[in-house]
Design a protein around this ligand. Sequence first.
Ligand code: SAH
Ligand code: SF4
Length: 403
Amino acid sequence: MPALFGKSLSDLTELMQSFEQKPYRARQVWEALYPQRVASVEDMTTLSQTLREQMMAAGWSVELPEIVQTARSVDGTERYLMRMADGETVETVWMPDGDGGERGDGSEAAEEEAAEQVDAEEAVKAGYWDRRGNGRPRSSFGTLAEKGYRRATICISSQVGCAVNCQFCLTAKLGIKRNLTAGEIAGQVAAVLNRHAIQIGKDRINLVFMGMGEPFLNYDEFMGSVRLLVEGIGVPESRMTVSTSGILPGIERFATEDVRPKLALSLNASNDVVREQVMPITRKWKIAELLAACNRIPLRTREWVTFEYVLLGGVNDQPEHAREVLALLKGMRAKVNLIVWNPGPGVDYVQPKPEDVERFQRMLIEGGMPTYIRRPRGRDIYAACGQLKRTVAEEQTQLVVLT
Ligand code: SAH
Ligand code: SF4
């Protein structure tokens, strides 16, 4: 069935012409699809009943991805299995109160989070919280605040599976099935926002392109989804972060975009030898080339590049690795997010020792690099980083199927 969700205003203008409608009708459909996020043509009440019937008779439907399964973690994280029109599925994760991934990256989202680390009185003074909100964020009286959350982060997928083959990642086991379209990528966000009755503008939503797939190997559709999300759904690009395993041509193109999310690069090793073992894609592009490309991105005020570093026990978590990371990133406007490796069936690594994680972080901080440990979210339901795999055996995940 032809899908409306994902179409640009000019696509919709052409479509409305084919129904012999004036151009302003296209704008109405666009408004209904994105800012209002209606789920069906029937619900596009600004259109006449006749036009809606004509569109439906011609087979047009909204076609948001459908949430076919939901698992809820003890920490409030929800993992959704999303079905696309052709039956392919990907996973999308909802993290109320986020995972701390934005800390220290210079953005507004990061400052809010920092404000929440200090006590409530300080936060009120700093102007982040409103006394009336009982410690809830100022100006946020939307659905999230009513539930006691300050913000939420949605982690979205860009491909069905992934071709990159990182040795520590469960998604890699799937191989690549196909790219998602811009509408399917942005549609995951719309479906999750609808599920939680989120009001953009009141509720604060951060987006991370860190689910299944490598966004820079599906560049045009990924950037198309960014435009739909910014111009249509209304999420500012300063609240979005895209993570790449290091696709050099993608980083170079990304540097030229006017409207773009913030960048996170999955560094994951402190030299090319170790990186090649854990991320074979390093054979193609070396760390030095990737860092040089990151350095060429014209950063906005209040913008830092994030380097993600998955700590794999005994592999990349020792003091010599920390020293190498410091040398690599010296002088860059950067921060490091350490991610404690999340295990998965058939993936042959061990988790780092807590004392090694602590020492690694301490060494980087002492070396002058802002370094944070990503809060693991939804590990019990296999929703944490690198655990998205669609059909993980349910008994292993203590899956709570809600729908
Ligand atoms: N493909 C992109 C984005 C998705 S992966 C990328 O690789 O950057 C998002 C992050 O999760 C990456 O930094 C990746 O290195 C990390 N990751 C993958 N598998 C993981 C695992 N099992 N435990 C912890 N982090 C993992
Ligand atoms: Fe793909 Fe990212 Fe997983 Fe690597 S870590 S296999 S790039 S999803």
